[in-house]
Design a protein around this ligand. Structure first.
Ligand code: F6R
Length: 267
C-alpha cells in the first residue's frame, strides 16, 4: 500500500483522475471499477474536463460500479445509476452498453449478484478500482463483519451508513436499508485499487484503515492485503496518520510520481 497526501481535496481528486486518465490512455479497453458518493464528485468533474480539454477517450472502456441501492430504479434520482449518468456517463463518449451497475430492482437479487460477478469475469476482471471510504470504514457497502473473501451480494446497511447517506435523499424517497455491493474479495481481485478520502471527518478512519490491524469490522483494512493499492488523501484526512513524513518523502522523491507532483488545474 502507498499513501499520497495532497494539499487539498481538489488536488487529491485531480491526482486520482490523472492516474485513471494515464491508465485509460495506456489501455483504451480499460475495465474501470467506479464508486459514488460526495468524495467522487470532483474526480468525475476532472475526468469530464480532461475529456473536453484533452480528448480523454472513453469509447472502448467498460465500467463496473461497486454498488446500488435495493429497490431504486435507474430512473430514481437517488439511484447510483442516476448519479453516474449525471456526473460522468452523459458527459463523456462512453458507450452506455459498457456501463454496468447492479440492478437493485431485479426480481431475483441473488441471481443478479451472481450475474454481476460473471460479467466482471467475462470482461477480463477489473483493471483499476476506484474506492471511497465510509466513516465506519466500509468500501463499497461492505459493512462491519463483511467477510474479507465476500463476493457481490445484498448487504443490510449499518446505522452509521444510513445516517451518513440519509441527507442525500429528498423527503419524498425513503432511504433503502439494503444495497447490492461488490464483496471485499471481488474488490481485492482488481488489478489496482485507488482509494480517495478527503476532509477531517475521514482522518480517524483513514488512520485505522491504513495503519491499523486488518479486521472484518473495517473492510477498508483488507486493502493492506492488495499488492497495488494507492490511498490518496488531502491534508485534513491525513491528520491522524502516524507515518506522514515517510509518505510525503515517497511522493516527493520516487520517480514514478514525478509526473504527478505539479498538477494544479482546479475543477
Ligand atoms: C459508494 C461507495 C461508498 C462511498 C463511501 C464514502 O459507491 O462505495 O463506499 O464511497 O460511503 O462516501 P462519501 O464520499 O459520500 O463520504
Amino acid at each position: 500500500m502507498e499513501v499520497i497526501i495532497r494539499p487539498n481535496a481538489d488536488a487529491a481528486a485531480q491526482l486520482v483522475a490523472q492516474i485513471i486518465a494515464h491508465d485509460l490512455r495506456a489501455n483504451p479497453k480499460l475495465v474501470l471499477g467506479l464508486a459514488t458518493g460526495r468524495t467522487m464528485e470532483s474526480v468525475y468533474c476532472h475526468l469530464v474536463r480532461m475529456h473536453r480539454e484533452s480528448r480523454l477517450d472513453f469509447s472502448l472502456c467498460q465500467t463496473f460500479n461497486l454498488d446500488e441501492y435495493v429497490g431504486l430504479a435507474a430512473s430514481d434520482a437517488n439511484s447510483y445509476r442516476h448519479y453516474m449518468d449525471e456526473l460522468l456517463f452523459n458527459e463523456v463518449n462512453i458507450d452506455p452498453r459498457n456501463t454496468h451497475l447492479p440492478d437493485g430492482c431485479a426480481a431475483d437479487l441473488d441471481a443478479e449478484c451472481a450475474a454481476y460477478e460473471s460479467l466482471i469475469k467475462r470482461c477480463g476482471g477489473i483493471d483499476v478500482q476506484l474506492l471511497g471510504i465510509g466513516r465506519a470504514g466500509h468500501i463499497g457497502f461492505n459493512e462491519p463483519l463483511s467477510a474479507l473473501m465476500s463476493r457481490t451480494r445484498v448487504k443490510a446497511l449499518a446505522p452509521r451508513t444510513l445516517a451518513q447517506n440519509a441527507p442525500q435523499f429528498d423527503v419524498s424517497t425513503r432511504m433503502p436499508r439494503r444495497a447490492i455491493t461488490m464483496g471485499v474479495g471481488t474488490i481485492l481481485e482488481s488489478g489496482r485499487c485507488l482509494l480517495l478520502a478527503t476532509g477531517a471527518e475521514k482522518a480517524e478512519i483513514i488512520a485505522k484503515a491504513v495503519e491499523g490491524p486488518i479486521s472484518s469490522m473495517i473492510s477498508a483494512t483488507a486493502l493492506q492485503l492488495h499488492p497495488h493499492c494507492t490511498v490518496i488523501v488531502d491534508e485534513a484526512a491525513a491528520g491522524a496518520l502516524a507515518e506522514q513524513e515517510y509518505y510525503r518523502w515517497i511522493f516527493e522523491n520516487e520517480p514514478e510520481w514525478a509526473a504527478y507532483r505539479h498538477l494544479a488545474t482546479p475543477c
